[in-house]
Design a binder for this molecule. Structure first.
Ligand code: CDP
Length: 253
């Protein structure tokens, strides 16, 4: 088979040209990075788990009428996705204070917010993805006012879905990040959920114990990241129930 053309290589994923125009193949690497890639490691099996978990969340969103870039999973590490024009924003939804919000406002991590809040960072690693006010986004032309309203509504729907699914398996959805893509049906642009949804981009805490089951395990050296992600996958039924959390990922077909 001819070598596929590489379109983009990021910290945790690689994009290749897809088989049809308007499609891409998204490959999930085992690389983990944090603090703008100052901390790096390779976590055996992380890419396999995130490929499955992102498939699980994206197909769930589609079933409740939220469009995403996901088309189908191709194999252990790759999925076919729609090519999109990425809106250069990280859309963050928070249900509890943690991470940069807790730090910035001096709040205790885990404080429940009176309602979910949506915030935006400008996607630029060299600037450290700075937080941006909505007015900048419109003024600088990254999204129109209407797009912004649609993105907020979509992010809150994603939040309700993810928080509900997680609650069902005893996990608190503290916060998460999504990225939004623009696709064109003829001339008409539409916004869809793109990138990935996985424990790399969410904060997930056990409801009973507040044990962290997300990338903070890696960021803060709290134990085995692969065990944490395997536990999330096992609870969601993406891995067989009898798979020991410390075992290597065993995949259900
Ligand atoms: O994660 P960090 O403390 O740097 O930033 P945050 O603003 O508190 O992150 C909020 C949520 O967005 C967390 O679940 C992060 O994992 C996620 N996030 C992400 O996936 N990618 C980024 N570049 C920034 C945040």
């Amino acid at each position: 088979m001819a070598r596929r053309k590489l379109v983009y290589e990021g910290k945790a994923k690689i994009l290749y040209e897809g088989p049809e125009p308007g499609t891409l193949v998204q490959y999930f690497k085992d690389d983990a990075t944090a603090f703008n890639a100052e901390k790096k490691d390779v976590i055996d099996g992380k890419g396999v788990l995130n490929n499955r978990l992102s498939e699980f969340f994206m197909t769930g969103l589609q079933r409740i009428g939220i469009p995403t870039h996901f088309i189908k999973r191709l194999n252990m590490r790759e999925q076919l996705i729609r090519q999109v024009e990425i809106v250069p924003l990280e859309v963050i939804v928070r249900n509890f204070a943690a991470g940069t919000m807790a730090k910035r406002l001096g709040m205790e991590e885990g404080t429940q917010l009176p309602r979910p809040v949506v915030e935006f960072s400008y996607k630029d690693d060299s600037l450290g993805d700075p937080l941006v006010p909505e007015e900048y986004i419109v003024a600088l032309g990254w999204a129109s006012q209407q797009d912004l309203e649609d993105i907020i509504a979509m992010a809150l729907r994603v939040n309700d879905f993810l928080a509900g699914v997680m609650h069902g398996v005893g996990i608190k959805l503290v916060d998460f990040k999504i990225e939004i893509g623009r696709v064109y049906d003829g001339e008409f642009p539409r916004l869809i959920v793109a990138d990935e949804i996985s424990p790399d981009s969410c904060r997930l805490w056990d409801i009973e114990t507040n044990e962290k089951l997300d990338k903070d395990v890696f960021r803060r050296d709290l134990g085995s990241l692969s065990d944490a992600y395997t536990e999330v996958a096992r609870r969601l039924g993406v891995l067989p129930q009898n798979n020991a959390p410390s075992g290597k990922p065993t995949l259900v077909n």
